[in-house]
Write a new protein. Structure first.
Ligand code: HEC
Ligand code: HEC
Ligand code: HEC
Length: 443
């Protein structure tokens, strides 16, 4: 046996063992398994069609429908590099195994998908197999998109093909051996991508089914909010129980009252998904703000309400380390060290933050900059607070042009850690102890 062949067999064995261990520790669970009841294929469902576009757009042409669906599935966010042309690819994905770049999905024949047939495109989106037969990495969330109806995938293709082709070849991936072996992804797919279209639940309302389709097949909330198992597949036994993604914490969005969104009203959830902000609960930053800006804020109001109806039925999963947010305001006096905190943190807060955020947690300037009640400041890991300080925050739809500047260049890791610890101690229910080294890792 040649050395190369032997090496690839060893790699295969390692991956089978890891995937097997992953499957054993967390057997694959379908994303809607929690709902129980009976599910039927779309063809056998007699209720209103939960797939496709909302009723407002039912009469629209194919490209318009495709654009709506591509927006709901947020294809652009991953396939657009900062400063690059939309859908032309090149956005880096840093993984523990190396860096992966999203491909160009504009209709350019050489560098994009211009030469892909309808069948090629369907196979990629449902099965994670590229035109040349190579296996795609699940950084492309095809295990969610495999729920999408064929007609919807083809509408998205029609929309992409209506765009101007952009000539762009993203950088080659830099992945460590054995993760650079694409054929191994076939094992992942076999275990974790059931490759089944969405099946409506006959004992649930049409609104619930529409919400389920939007949340699971298109918006792929679980890609960020569900923790992954050893084999990097979402572990639906703790569905929507929260996870860390791209250095941010995507919080628990189950119905748990203390650590999830069980205490939020329907109107609050809808307002957050449409505008990224709820008075007394916080503003979305980081990857959630991106999802809201590019996708969720652009959906029809009836679709937002359907998503809320579905979210309401997600079983509660408690996150032990997330206490219920503190709702009382802190003292208005800067000198009073409500809840403790160190001097350096207070100095940074006084110099860079207090003018917008105030000392009590109630902003003197913009309601969406209140810190009291915000999940991030009640998270004792403080990683989102540190991220917001490093990167700033920009919600397009909440407060008009109001933005929080990025302080990553202004302050050292030690100062950012100090101000994050000060903020959680002063406004949150459990103080954090994030260190300069933790902040360095987040950058
Ligand atoms: C979370 C990020 C993410 C989202 C959202 C996403 N993609 Fe991708 N997509 C990727 C990455 C990363 C790859 C490359 C995977 C690889 O190299 O194995 C990819 C690969 C692809 C490919 C294969 C292209 C090729 O040249 O091999 C197609 C087609 C594609 N995506 C289409 C879509 C469509 C359509 C949507 C929306 C329905 C979408 N993607 C949403 C990250 C994403
Ligand atoms: C790209 C990753 C990503 C996707 C996709 C995503 N989220 Fe989030 N979400 C986050 C992050 C990160 C946060 C924390 C934001 C912050 O601290 O400002 C968050 C916060 C939230 C919150 C606020 C929780 C709290 O306690 O403050 C809700 C509610 C939420 N997401 C719901 C959803 C829903 C519903 C979907 C799908 C329709 C979704 N998210 C899709 C990453 C994501
Ligand atoms: C120019 C005004 C301004 C300044 C200065 C400012 N912020 Fe903000 N901050 C905001 C606004 C506005 C928001 C609401 C988020 C948005 O609009 O995207 C926010 C949001 C936040 C959040 C909540 C993010 C979330 O995930 O919910 C935290 C925490 C925060 N700021 C901390 C700080 C700290 C610490 C400083 C000082 C280093 C600071 N801010 C300086 C305006 C400001």
């Amino acid at each position: 046996m040649s050395l190369r062949r032997r090496a690839s067999l060893i790699v295969l064995a390692v991956v089978v063992i890891v995937a097997g261990l992953g499957a054993w520790l967390a057997p694959p669970t379908r994303p809607m398994a929690f709902a129980g009841g009976s599910a039927v294929t779309l063809a056998n469902y007699s209720g209103p069609d939960p797939t496709g576009v909302p009723s407002e757009l039912r009469g629209a042409d194919l490209v318009t429908r495709g654009r709506y669906l591509a927006t709901a599935a947020d294809c652009g966010v991953c396939h657009t590099a900062p400063g690059g042309a939309e859908f032309a690819g090149g956005l880096p994905f840093k993984t523990p195994f190396g860096t992966l770049y999203s491909p160009n999905i504009t209709p350019d024949r050489e560098t994009g998908i211009g030469a892909w047939s309808e069948a090629d495109f369907l196979r990629a989106v449902h099965k994670g197999v590229a035109k040349d037969g190579s296996r795609l990495y699940p950084a492309f969330p095809y295990e969610a998109y495999s729920l999408m109806a064929d007609a919807d995938v083809l509408a998205i293709r029609a929309y992409l093909f209506s765009l101007a082709p952009v000539r762009n070849t993203p950088p080659a991936n830099r992945l460590m051996f054995p993760f650079n072996q694409r054929p191994l992804m076939a094992i992942w797919g076999a275990l974790y991508n059931p490759d089944q279209r969405f099946r409506p639940h006959t004992d649930r309302s049409p609104q619930w089914n529409r919400g389920a389709y939007l949340v699971e097949a298109l918006a792929h909330c679980g890609d960020c909010h569900t923790a992954r198992n050893l084999a990097q597949a979402p572990d639906n036994r703790k569905k929507f129980g929260g996870a860390v993604i791209q250095g941010w914490r995507a919080y628990n969005i189950t119905q748990d009252r203390a650590s999830g969104v069980g205490a939020w009203t329907d109107a609050e959830l809808a307002a957050y998904l449409r505008g990224g902000h709820v008075l007394g609960r916080g503003a979305a930053a980081g990857p959630m703000a991106e999802a809201i800006n590019a996708s969720l804020s652009r959906l029809a109001p009836s679709d937002t309400l359907a998503m809320v109806a579905y979210l309401r039925t997600i079983p509660a999963v408690g996150s032990r380390d997330l206490p219920a947010p503190k709702t009382e305001l802190a003292s208005d006096l800067p000198k009073e060290m409500a809840g403790g905190g160190d001097r350096r943190g207070r100095e940074v807060f006084a110099g860079a933050c207090a003018s917008c955020h105030g000392w009590s947690g109630k902003s003197p300037l913009f309601p969406h900059a209140n810190l009291t009640g915000v999940r991030a400041v009640n998270d004792p890991s403080a990683i989102n607070v540190a991220q917001v300080v490093i990167n700033g925050a920009r919600l397009e739809r909440a407060g008009g042009d109001v933005v929080m500047p990025a302080f990553g260049q202004t302050y050292s890791n030690a100062e950012i850690a100090a101000v994050a610890n000060y903020v959680t101690a002063r406004f949150g229910s459990a103080r954090s102890e994030i260190t300069a080294r933790d902040v360095a890792r987040l950058r």
